[in-house]
Design a protein. Structure first.
Length: 259
């Protein structure tokens, strides 16, 4: 049943990962983690991929850890380490990742969404980090959430376990766009096309530097930015932009005759 727990397809420069355990609202188990890890590795190994859409099959994005698994056997060995390893791998991709959230986005599902670069959310989605109900803390959401929405708001959410309405998530900066459920796919595809139309090398550089900026001191970020600037200046997008500027023909000033 779980051998296809995660699906991966490619459409030119666009990759799509689908969490595929709809019978349990795409809840996480070891097969889920292994499948997601393999899919992310395949995306990383394909240089032409520029944008990744990550969605859930059926009625949810991901309802978090599989509670049937947890009740039967506890947290399996390697589960937590594997989960955090694949979330970090998504963050490290030289690909812009977009989480497409609908139905339930809870626990590990919201942690996965936080590991993505952008989040498009249905306006009836249920979001939250209810790990406290299980006597647990919500993984490395304790690290990622404050960096996304600020320390005070993150502390409130992490300590109370309260659910977050989509409109509130948008206000906090937890999600980036809202859409009605019947427009969610179209909105996510529209965002993907906007990203594909952007300059690849500049996007990669910005993503790397944003991440490094939260992990290193200013001199290290500056040094890396200088290296990445050279790559941007050598990119075809930069060359095209420079050529476009050179070829511009300004309109003559109003009232002149040219004589």
């Amino acid at each position: 049943m779980d051998e296809d727990a995660v699906l991966l397809t490619f459409d030119g420069p666009l990759a799509r990962i689908t969490l595929n355990r709809p019978q349990v609202l795409n809840a996480e188990n070891l097969a889920w983690i292994a499948g997601l890890s393999a899919a992310v590795e395949a995306v990383a190994a394909r240089p032409e991929t520029r944008v990744l859409l990550l969605r859930g099959a059926g009625r949810a994005f991901c309802a978090g850890m599989d509670r049937d698994m947890l009740s039967r056997e506890g947290m399996p060995p390697g589960f937590y380490e594997g989960q955090e390893r694949v979330f970090a791998a998504i963050e490290a991709l030289d690909v812009v990742s977009v989480a497409v959230l609908h139905g339930y986005c809870l626990g590990g599902g919201l942690q996965l969404a936080l590991a993505c670069d952008l989040r498009v959310c249905a306006n009836d989605c249920k979001l939250g980090l209810p790990a406290g109900e299980l006597g647990l803390f919500p993984g490395m959401a304790v690290f990622r959430l404050p960096r996304q929405i600020g320390f005070g708001q993150a502390r409130r959410i992490l300590l109370t376990g309260e659910w977050i309405a989509p409109a509130e998530a948008l206000r906090l900066g937890l999600v980036d766009r809202l859409a009605p459920p019947d427009r969610l796919e179209a909105e996510s595809e529209r965002l993907a096309q906007e990203l594909l139309a952007g300059p690849r090398q500049a996007q990669v550089a910005a993503k790397r530097l944003l991440r490094l900026g939260f992990e290193a001191a200013m001199p290290a970020v500056l040094a890396e930015s200088q290296r990445l600037l050279e790559a941007c200046l050598a990119s075809p997008e930069n060359a095209a932009a420079r050529q476009h500027w050179l070829e511009r023909r300004p309109e003559p000033p109003s009232g002149t005759t040219g004589s």
